[in-house]
Design a protein around this ligand. Structure first.
Ligand code: AMP
Ligand code: ZN
Length: 116
């Protein structure tokens, strides 16, 4: 996965505003924030999408959820946040490396989905 954007961020080949890291996951600020707090949490090893996740990925996917509140609180969203994982074309996934958006701030994020 030489060309995967987020793998390149993990390898330090592309700069990112890192806010959290452990042996399994990395979190960095979204380059186009949609709320005052907007962080992406990714597995350090490449998983294309949730549609490609396997049983072996269960620990890292669990860790992404387990660290979310700490990251949100550290970044200025201590009273909750929204976590979003877009999958595939129907989900609107643009970067094909699993990532969980953490969005928040002082104000409520808003309705879960815009009405269509
Ligand atoms: P998604 O539509 O769920 O695939 O979201 C992809 C997200 O990645 C978008 O919110 C982009 O703003 C974000 N993004 C793309 N490139 C970068 C980058 N180099 N650093 C940080 N965030 C990025
Ligand atoms: Zn990747």
């Amino acid at each position: 996965m030489q060309e995967c954007l987020f793998c390149r961020i993990v390898r330090g080949e592309i700069p990112a505003a890192k806010v959290y890291e452990d042996d399994e996951v990395l979190a960095f600020k979204d380059i186009h924030p949609q709320r005052p707090v907007h962080v992406l949490v990714i597995p350090k090893h490449h998983i294309t999408s949730l549609a490609h996740a396997s049983e072996a990925d269960v620990p890292v996917l669990g860790r992404m959820l387990a660290v979310a509140h700490r990251i949100a609180a550290d970044q200025g969203s201590p009273n909750g946040f929204r976590s979003i994982i877009n999958t595939g074309p129907v989900g609107g996934q643009e970067v094909m490396h699993v990532h969980m958006h953490i969005v928040g701030g002082q104000e409520p994020v808003g309705p879960m989905l815009r009405r269509i």
